[in-house]
Design a protein around this ligand. Structure first.
Ligand SMILES: [Zn+2]
Length: 155
């Protein structure tokens, strides 16, 4: 059985796991603005995929996050926030089901394929969570007022 994680609740006391992934990507060398920008690019791209405008452009070379973080030679994704699922190459995200569908439906799939659209929408929803998390990072991530204050609330 595959496990579908749809955790939407933010941690009540700390940062969400998505926020933690964004901060981790930031600490690996990209500015927070850049990290947030890449995820926003991903969302914009997948909106076009869902809409059918770029329905076939779902490979690594089409992905802003892959361009930012993935080393295709090593087949590793390093600091990519999408590694939130614990694996490289979008493992356990909604993406593999879409790739499988398009592969199986080869020659028949297209912008009008409803299954394709629904599967792509799943990926879009998944990615939108990172854009929402980027707003959270701005509010209480590194650089935010009071963040990383090891002595607690002393003021
Ligand atoms: Zn199809």
């Amino acid at each position: 059985m595959s496990t579908v994680r749809r955790k939407r609740t933010m941690s009540e006391t700390g940062i969400s796991k998505r926020e933690a992934m964004l901060i981790s990507a930031h600490r690996s060398g990209a500015s927070l603005e850049r990290v947030a920008g890449v995820m926003a690019e991903c969302v914009a791209h997948w909106e076009r995929v869902v809409a059918g405008e770029e329905w076939e452009d779902v490979g690594s070379s089409d992905c802003a996050a892959c361009r930012a973080w993935r080393n295709s030679g090593a087949d590793r994704c390093y600091a990519c926030p999408i590694r939130i699922t614990g694996g490289d190459n979008c493992r356990d995200t909604p993406y593999p089901a879409l790739a499988f569908h398009m592969d199986q439906h080869d020659g028949d799939c297209g912008p009008e394929c409803e299954d394709r659209r629904l599967l792509a929408q799943e990926e879009l929803n998944f990615l939108r969570g990172f854009v929402a998390a980027a707003d959270g990072v701005r509010d209480h991530g590194p650089g935010a007022k009071g963040a990383e204050d090891e002595d607690g609330e002393g003021g």
